[in-house]
Structures are given as C-alpha cells and as structure tokens.
Design a protein around this ligand. Structure first.
Ligand code: SF4
Length: 273
C-alpha cells in the first residue's frame, strides 16, 4: 500500500509486468480475505522494478509485488485495480521469487492492495528472504502477521480516507461502513510496532484536523520515535504550496518527517513506477 505510488508506463523501470484483468466480473470483495486460494498462490495485479518513491528507503531500486485485494476502500486510493476492483493473475511463490531474482534487485517491496490479508504473504516473504531479499511490506496496519520483514511500512488510515456518501463505487454504503469498522485496529498496530523494530508510520494528510487525529492515535500505541512518523500530502500530483506548508509546518512542530513522493517527481502519475 503504497498508497500514493501511481502507475502506468515507467520511464526508467527495468522491467514491468502489468497483468491484465483475469476476472473482469470480479466482485468488489473477491480478494478481500484471500479466501479459496491455495496456500502458495495469490492474485497479483502487477510486478515491476522501479525506484522506491516513499519513506526511509526513498531512492532505492526495488522489485515491487502488488497483491490484489484490500479490506479497506479509501476514497482517494490510487490503486483501485488492487482494491475497489481487484484484478490480476494468479501467481505462485516460486514464480514471484524467480522474477525477483531475474530483476537483479536487492530490495523487494510487497504491497497492494493490502498484502497482509493474504496468508500466502507468509510463504512468499520466507521464500524471498531465503533468496537474499531485503523486504519492505507496505500495509495499512489492520492485520498482524509474523513473517520475515526488514522494514514494516505502516500507513494507518485517518477518518478522511472513508468513501463519502453518494460515492458511485459504493452505492449501498456497505464499504463506507466496513472501512470505518476496519481502518484502525490498535491491537494489530501495537503488535506490528512491537514485532518490527524497523518500521515507519506513514500518514496521508488532507487537512489540519488530521494532525490531532495522528496525535490521538499515537497516544494509544507503543512509543515510537518522532522520526518514525512520516507525513505525505494527499494527491497523485506534486503537492500545492498550501499542501506543502500544511505538512511541513506540522512536521516541524512535532519533529515528524516530511515524506516526499519521488516516483511522482520522476515519473508522474504512472502505473508500474
Ligand atoms: S488501504 Fe486499500 S483502499 Fe486504502 S489506499 Fe491502500 S490499497 Fe487503496
């Protein structure tokens, strides 16, 4: 989740495999919990090699594996093909590890969608670690799993992320309700923070009110260093001066970190970057 990494044709990506929809009639929640999928296979919307654009490892060449399916439905989700309408092809652990090896990257980013809802992420992470990968997992932090991970990149979703009433993608409002019920799980967040000492908490910022919400959430979680908290302006383009000011001022006030989106600067809003 990687929430604000956007994708189409990369300018410098070394390899890209963007899988076409396998099941165009896929129900919205088909991949919600990875149910019915054999233990070593999973729905993958795309794999690609690019530059990590967000967080502590910004700038590091990485092989990305985007699992398709999410238990949330953020209004501003920039990977709807892995959440609102999960699409892709079923891939095996062995296939994905072979593709990682062929990419000749040292770092791998397992993202989504929400990769942690899939039990298959555990054998995948173990096999990638056996292959020598440095593993980053990008998650919204609603599900805990104990698996090999060198950087747990957690992006809790604030209240402004919920689909709004009248969103045509959610005509009955069922996803707004599910999203609200699921988006913050302090028990899962606590376990993730305690289990993974190499972690970062990334927040997408829409308004000033988000800062109070972050402070309230952090007060309910195990203590983390201020520079483990990263703030990103919401959007799929370069932030406006007003957005930058909102985020930078909050970072200075709290000793949090401003999170640039290098991939947007390098490639623009393109899939596969
Ligand atoms: S949590 Fe799911 S819906 Fe929200 S931004 Fe990430 S992939 Fe999209």
């Amino acid at each position: 989740m990687p929430e604000l990494r956007s994708r189409t044709t990369p300018l410098r990506a070394r390899s890209v495999t963007t899988t076409p929809p396998l099941h165009p009639q896929t129900p919205q929640n088909r991949a919600d919990a990875g149910a019915g999928t054999p233990r070593d296979t999973m729905l993958v919307s795309e794999t690609f090699t690019s530059i990590q654009g967000e967080g502590r490892l910004t700038g590091v060449p990485s092989f990305f594996i985007r699992l398709s399916g999410c238990n949330l439905r953020c209004a501003w989700c920039d990977t709807p093909y892995a959440s609102w309408n999960p699409e892709g092809q079923t891939r095996t652990v062995a296939e994905l590890v072979a593709e990682f090896a062929a990419a000749r990257a040292r770092h791998v980013v397992i993202t989504g969608g929400e990769p942690m809802i899939f039990p298959q992420v555990e054998p995948l992470a173990r096999a990638l670690k056996d292959a020598g990968a440095h593993i980053t997992i990008e998650t919204a932090g609603t599900v805990f799993r104990d698996l090999p991970c060198d950087l747990m990149s957690i992006s809790p979703k604030l209240s402004g992320s919920a689909p709004q009433p009248g969103d045509p993608r959610d005509p009955t409002g069922v996803w707004r309700q599910r999203h609200e019920e699921r988006r913050i799980d302090t028990q899962a967040l606590t376990r993730l923070i305690e289990r993974y000492p190499q972690r970062q908490l990334k927040f997408v910022i829409c308004t000033q009110a988000d800062m109070d919400e972050i402070e309230g959430l952090l007060a309910r979680l195990p203590a983390i260093a201020p520079d483990e908290v990263l703030l990103m302006p919401e959007g799929v383009a370069e932030p406006s001066p007003e957005q930058r000011a909102l985020v930078t001022q909050a970072c200075i006030r709290h000793n949090w970190r401003y999170c640039h989106r290098l991939h947007i600067t390098l490639y623009g809003n393109r899939r596969g970057t």
